[in-house]
Design a protein around this ligand. Structure first.
Ligand SMILES: NC(=O)c1ccc[n+]([C@@H]2O[C@H](COP(=O)([O-])OP(=O)(O)OC[C@H]3O[C@@H](n4cnc5c(N)ncnc54)[C@H](OP(=O)(O)O)[C@@H]3O)[C@@H](O)[C@H]2O)c1
Length: 303
């Protein structure tokens, strides 16, 4: 019998690539998008994909969608908590409303979707959650304190539930991607330029940090993550914490082997001076051959 997967946030990036990956492998897929009218054509060519409207911050809607998906498919095998976005900018210039909203989607959304499916998995004594964390939950970057910490929370949820739900044969895994060519940098919440007079203190460091992206226009293709999620879903014995992308793997390794002050010094340097030619070449090499152009729309305070 074909298995069924439920995936949130599927109109672009990892979510979209993952829907396509599983549909092509013959899985039944329940895919969700925030606005179904804007995405009415999405996955029309894939007959085993059903589309649902879901904003993960609307907890009543989360429960309703989970119930109707369970009713339609009978059994859900895997749930992927993918929906998320990034608030970017210095913490001093980000508002508390923005920081709370970041947690509403990236953390409370994960709790809501997970809670909606636990009873179904527990009754079946079978199920798997795969959560999209981030490399920034292995070593956080500057100017994404709220985003990165929300992903550390996802890592914490994953570890805790992996133990708590083990007696019911429920697995909980997390994926930690490095930089991938999705739409995430075109959907940023700008936490930098709202308060120009304060932002002036950070501008040069912020712009230096962002300049790395200009040097690295191509980053790992999202199909890489879809493959990792497919491997995780189809192998109960595989890794629980999956670090993905050459850049993420290298930095995780460096954090493990370097003394903590040396690692922090290296990160501080990333906001003080642009990457050297050697670092650019090395990072390009780390990204591997499966790369695509990263679309970026970041307010840098030039306007
Ligand atoms: N790309 C990377 O380099 C990278 C690295 C590490 C981790 N991640 C994580 O990977 C996941 C997928 O991101 P992506 O890179 O594929 O970016 P993306 O292309 O922007 O996709 C994000 C998806 O999440 C949806 N979403 C955002 N807020 C939502 C909400 N409240 N309710 C429901 N859906 C919501 C978006 O829908 P809308 O189009 O309606 O906004 C979109 O479908 C995220 O959790 C992200 O944090 C990405």
């Amino acid at each position: 019998m074909n298995k069924t997967i439920f995936i949130t946030g599927t109109n672009s990036g990892f979510g979209k690539a993952t829907v396509e990956r599983f549909a092509k492998a013959g899985w039944k897929v329940a895919a969700t998008v925030r606005d179904i009218n804007k995405n009415s054509e999405l996955f029309n060519d894939l007959e085993n994909v059903s589309l649902y409207e879901l904003d993960v911050t609307n907890f009543n809607q989360v429960d309703e969608v989970a119930q109707s998906v369970i009713k339609k498919f009978g059994k859900i095998d895997v749930v992927v908590n993918n929906a998320g976005y990034c608030l970017m900018g210095p913490t001093e210039t980000s508002t508390m409303e923005q920081i709370k909203a970041q947690y509403e989607t990236n953390v409370f959304g994960v709790f809501a979707v997970t809670k909606a499916f636990i009873p179904h998995f527990r009754e079946n004594k079978d199920g798997m959650f795969i959560n999209l964390a981030s490399a920034s939950a292995q070593f956080n970057y500057p100017f994404i304190a709220a985003y990165g910490s929300s992903k550390w929370a996802v890592r914490g949820i994953t570890e805790s539930l992996g133990i708590e739900l083990a007696p019911f044969n429920i697995e909980v895994k997390a994926v930690y991607p490095g930089a991938h060519a999705t739409k995430i940098f075109t959907k940023l919440d700008d936490g930098a330029t709202l308060f120009q007079s304060i932002f002036q203190h950070y501008k040069q460091y912020y712009q230096t940090f962002l300049s790395a992206q200009q040097e690295l226009p191509n980053v790992t293709d999202p199909s890489n993550i879809a493959d990792e999620i497919y491997k995780a879903a189809t192998n109960r014995k595989g890794k629980l914490h999956i670090i993905s992308g050459g850049d993420a793997k290298m930095q995780s390794l460096m954090k493990k082997i370097l003394p903590e002050r040396a690692f922090q010094k290296m990160q501080i340097r990333s906001i003080l001076q642009p990457l050297s030619k050697m670092e650019i070449s090395f990072t390009k090499w780390l990204m591997g051959s499966n790369t695509s152009k990263l679309d970026v729309d970041v307010k840098k305070g030039n306007d």
